[in-house]
Design a protein around this ligand. Structure first.
Ligand code: OAD
Length: 263
């Protein structure tokens, strides 16, 4: 069997699951997406803990590069590493999965991703809940200062001091051991209390508290549809597991679905 959307062929098993997922979606009014690095993988950005050899945490120690203690121990190394990642971000484009999500004008995008590919695909900024911050901004390491600014990923600056208080500037991302931005986290949790369906896309669902949103939504009665090529993701408590890449599955799943027409 072929689902035949956009030239993408699915085998019979995935085709049947797609049908099942579409039937669920068509009964839903309140649908949100919860995404991770797999959503941007086909744009050319590496994931963190995939089996792929270029997965970031197979090549680098997260405690050295994504923690306050790592930054304090070697701030130049941390900034250089983020600037290398930023240079990669400058050259990538949204993929078909970002565009399929952006076509759902009312759908809130809860994402662990620090890129802006959902926004560049057309999702309004206020509809993207960045749980782990943004790699496209710098902020002052002194939390009392609150100074932050957008950076140009194509020409990021080396380690520098905050123009207001003199502390180090750092990427405005959430590091291990840090709290999520409270207002965004509150909004994401509030949303998951009252959903009909949560699309869980391209995440290993191993980093908390973000991953806890899946269970929260389920406990509150939401259906869960998981999109991920790794069969281990089927264990994420999904009602339907769609085995495939986000850029192949999402356009097929969402074709003809219009959340805005569901009241
Ligand atoms: P991970 O790298 O942990 O997981 C990526 C997931 O995407 C895996 O389950 C892959 O199987 C799946 N995947 C790979 N390619 C895909 C594709 N083309 N389509 C769909 N899925 C695909 O990334 P996250 O779950 O996002 O935190 O990781 C969570 C957090 O851990 C990140 O936000 C980051 C990291 O440390 C911070 O930077 C604070």
């Amino acid at each position: 069997m072929s689902e035949g959307n956009l030239g993408v062929e699915f085998d019979a098993a995935v085709g049947a699951k797609l049908g099942q997922a579409r039937r669920i979606l068509n009964r839903c009014n309140r649908v949100a997406a919860f995404s991770g690095a797999g959503l941007s993988a086909e744009s050319g950005l590496p994931t963190f803990r995939d089996s792929e050899p270029d997965a970031l945490w197979s090549r680098y120690d997260p405690m050295e590069l994504a923690s306050v203690s790592g930054f304090e121990a070697n701030p130049v190394r941390v900034i250089d590493w983020y600037n290398w990642r930023r240079a990669n971000y400058a050259g990538v484009q949204p993929n078909a999965a970002h565009r399929a999500l952006a076509a759902q004008s009312r759908m809130i995008q809860i994402t662990q991703n620090v890129d802006d590919l959902l926004e560049r695909a057309g999702v309004p900024r206020q509809q993207v809940y960045h749980l782990h911050g943004s790699i496209l901004r710098d902020r002052c390491q002194n939390s009392a200062c609150e100074y932050n600014e957008r950076i140009d990923p194509a020409s990021p600056q080396p380690l520098r001091s905050c123009p207001h208080c003199g502390a180090h500037m750092r990427p405005a991302v959430v590091w291990f051991g840090e709290n999520l931005p409270q207002a965004i986290w509150d909004r994401a949790q509030g949303l998951c209390l009252a959903l009909d369906c949560l699309l869980v896309i391209g995440t290993s669902a191993t980093v908390y508290p973000a991953a806890g949103l899946i269970e929260l939504a389920r406990q509150c009665g939401s259906r869960v549809i998981v999109v991920n090529p790794d069969p281990r993701a089927a264990a994420d408590g999904g009602d339907v597991y769609l085995a495939g890449s986000a850029a192949a599955v999402l356009p097929a799943l969402l074709e003809g679905f219009d959340l805005a027409s569901h009241s």
